[in-house]
Write a protein that binds this ligand. Structure first.
Ligand SMILES: Nc1ncnc2c1ncn2[C@@H]1O[C@H](COP(=O)(O)OP(=O)(O)OP(=O)(O)O)[C@@H](O)[C@H]1O
Length: 290
């Protein structure tokens, strides 16, 4: 509904996300260390890298939920965190952000109301997203009675309400069986191809890389490479993205320009509530990530 044309709405013809010199400090540690990257509109872009490299931090910065962000970060043509982005973004955190004591349908109806969808349109919209995440048969189940993977899909369904222009999904396929993983990836590609939605999807599982059209490889808070999966393999002269990543890591470690290590981490103060910037899943009960 908010998406106006496939391939990118006309009011921001550039990339969906553009970062220049993006730096984020958490506690005393600089977690993102001067990132330059773009996420082209209407693509499925994977954010890959080992645990702790900064994927969640980058996503939190994109949706405006992260403190201590420096450098330039533009999202759908606006500065990250701008109030006008709220209804245009969907963000799914690693931990499901839904009310355990409500049914799946009531959860989604609540989030649809928070989004401002007209009452008359809500039931149909909820039916649509339930179908998209394959939870129609569980609409009347209490969310606490669902499996972990099913609860994750309720969060995803909430993020799909209102058809956001940019979906930021933090490891959405973790813990899902192969059949479900494939059906979610099919859904992600349908959203990009049919509605022009841009998807930024994190994973630390390299075998998911080939499902993406573009990749941003992250390591220790820096961008190692930004390319298509085929381009990465070709440039590294190897036959898998995982091997390309390892080759890039080796080349990076050998590089004399590599910055020295950073101080020990310290826990940062709690982040401000992102309810004013991210969409409903972040407005519901959510894991405190600080
Ligand atoms: N609240 C915090 N205070 C201080 N440092 C933090 C905090 N949260 C995360 N960090 C540090 O920031 C770095 C990046 O964390 P982040 O969660 O962004 O990584 P990630 O790539 O998403 O990891 P994973 O794949 O395990 O989810 C890590 O070194 C982590 O220890």
């Amino acid at each position: 509904m908010t998406n106006k044309s496939p391939g990118g709405p006309p009011d921001h013809p550039g990339p969906a996300v553009r970062a220049q010199g993006l730096r984020v400090t958490r506690g005393r540690r600089e977690v993102l260390r001067g990132l330059d990257f773009t996420v082209p509109a209407g693509t499925v872009t994977g954010l890959l890298g080992p645990s702790g490299c900064g994927k969640t931090t980058l996503m939190r910065a994109v949706v405006g939920a992260q403190r201590q962000v420096a450098g330039e970060l533009r999202v759908l043509g606006e500065p990250a965190g701008a109030a006008g982005l709220r209804a245009r973004l969907g963000y799914v955190t690693q931990a499901p952000s839904v009310y355990a004591d409500l049914t799946v349908r009531r959860n989604l109806d609540y989030f649809a109301a928070v989004l401002g969808l007209p009452r008359a349109a809500r039931a149909g919209e909820v039916d649509r997203v339930l179908h998209e995440v394959d939870l129609t048969d569980h609409a009347t189940s209490l969310t606490r009675d669902l499996s972990g993977g099913q609860r994750s899909r309720v969060s995803l369904a909430a993020a799909l309400l209102g058809t956001p222009e940019l979906l930021v999904l933090d490891e959405p396929t973790v813990g899902l069986d192969p059949v479900l993983r494939r059906s979610l990836w099919d859904l992600f590609h349908r959203l990009a191809a049919q509605r022009g939605t841009t998807l930024l999807i994190s994973s630390h599982v390299m075998d998911e890389a080939d499902r993406c059209q573009r990749l941003i490889l992250l390591r220790e808070g820096r961008v190692l490479a930004e390319d298509t999966p085929a381009g990465l393999r070709r440039h590294s002269g190897v036959d898998s993205v995982e091997a390309a990543f390892l080759a890039l890591v080796e080349a990076d470690a050998a590089s004399p320009s590599r910055p020295a290590g950073t101080p020990e981490p310290a826990v940062e103060p709690p982040a401000p509530d992102p309810a004013g910037t991210a969409r409903p899943p972040a407005a519901g009960p959510r894991r405190e990530e600080s």
